[in-house]
Design a protein around this ligand. Structure first.
Ligand code: ADP
Ligand code: DAR
Length: 346
């Protein structure tokens, strides 16, 4: 049975968990447990232990999104502006806008990733070590069928030396091996067992296995050709979907451990030089949020910007299609580039 004491949060905590977990909802959800044995205490453990969480929750299985909906749905609405129904996938490229010249000139690299999990298994916070190994085996089998253009090799984290691992992380290709938010959520259990990365020969296409989600399918290239990177991502996703049955929900789309990644489960990002706007990062984040964008540092979440370079990405993943999210990002990037040119020191 989970801890029945209503969690206390310090004044400094600003998570959506703190904002939406009322005593009434806490009482209503007490005693509920999913078929994997996941409880409300499991769902919120990360946000209780890591008070600087922005969200503070990770689901343990598909059932969590129904059983704990009284808490999760208000959080989804707050974060995405939607709690479903999620539209059918749309990866079409023909109506994407053009990036302005001033935007293109300031984009160092582009990355588009989607999270996916396998149907028939719990999500990372509730999966067993045996199930996690089965997931890794199934994904490796599917990777063997990728088209030759994106073929490469799978690298198990257990068999990877530190130097190689640190190099891949430093080059933004591999996930970090320490994350206190994921640890509190139970996502780092048995680490590094059954974790790894598939890398295509040119390193432009990769697949993370059993980190925060069972798959993170990633396309990444230098420069600002967002359409080309989106096309590469689409090729990889459709190839893998021919060999894997992904976990989906009729209302929420693709299911992921973190509620911020539902729906498309897609984050499209550019590393963009914004030297004008970098003089006031707080204002940049407010302006970006107003454009439906999210600002991260150059090493992703919870990292700092460097040399006026920021990770700019779409914030909304649920309630929009993939093509709409990319369009939104590209329009937002053009707007930020104009604002940056006006703010640039004379
Ligand atoms: P995720 O995007 O997978 O949710 P993070 O924000 O932690 O997770 O980013 C993962 C890694 O991808 C980090 O090393 C980050 O620097 C890198 N990354 C994200 N976007 C880009 C980009 N446009 N160009 C280069 N690296 C990127
Ligand atoms: N750090 C957690 C997760 C927020 C969203 N990012 C993810 N899922 N990687 C938080 O609640 O802040």
């Amino acid at each position: 049975m989970g801890n029945s004491k209503f969690p206390s949060f310090t004044d400094g905590c600003a998570s959506l968990l703190k904002k939406h977990l009322t005593k009434e909802i806490w009482e209503e959800l007490q005693g509920r447990r999913t078929a994997s044995g996941f409880t409300i205490s499991d769902l919120i453990r990360s946000g209780v232990e890591q008070e600087d969480s922005s969200i503070g929750m990770y689901a343990g299985d598909a059932e969590s999104y129904d059983l704990f909906a009284p808490l999760l749905d208000p959080v989804l609405l707050d974060y995405h502006g939607s709690s479903g129904p999620h539209p059918a996938p749309d990866f079409s490229l023909d109506a994407l806008p053009e990036l302005s010249r001033e935007a293109q000139e300031n984009i160092l690299s582009t990355r588009v990733r989607v999270g996916r999990n396998l149907a028939g298994y719990p999500l990372g916070p509730a999966i067993s070590s045996a199930e996690r190994r089965e997931v890794e085996t199934r994904i490796k089998e599917a990777l063997a069928h990728l088209p030759d253009a994106i073929q490469g090799a799978y690298h198990s984290l257990s068999e990877m030396n530190q130097t190689r691992r640190q190099d891949l992380v430093a080059r933004h290709l591999l996930f970090k091996s320490e994350d206190r938010f994921l640890t509190s959520a139970g996502l780092m259990r048995d680490w590094p067992d059954a974790r790894g990365i598939f890398l295509s020969r040119d390193e432009a296409f990769s697949v993370w296995v059993n980190e925060e989600d069972q798959l993170r399918i990633i396309a990444m290239k230098k420069g600002g050709d967002v359409t080309a990177v989106f096309r590469l991502l689409t090729e990889g996703v459709s190839a893998l979907s021919r060999h894997l049955d992904f976990l989906t929900d009729p209302r929420l789309g693709f299911l992921t451990s973190c509620p911020t990644n539902l729906g498309t489960a897609m984050r499209a990002s550019v590393h963009m030089r914004l030297t004008g706007l970098a003089t006031d990062e707080a204002a940049l984040k407010v302006n970006a949020e107003a454009l439906g964008l999210q600002v991260r540092g150059i090493h992703g979440e919870h990292s700092q910007s460097k040399g006026g370079v920021f990770d700019i990405s779409n914030r909304m993943r649920l309630g929009v299609t993939e093509a709409e999210a990319i369009t939104h990002l590209m329009r937002g990037i053009n707007h930020l580039a104009r604002m940056d040119a006006e703010a640039a020191p004379l």
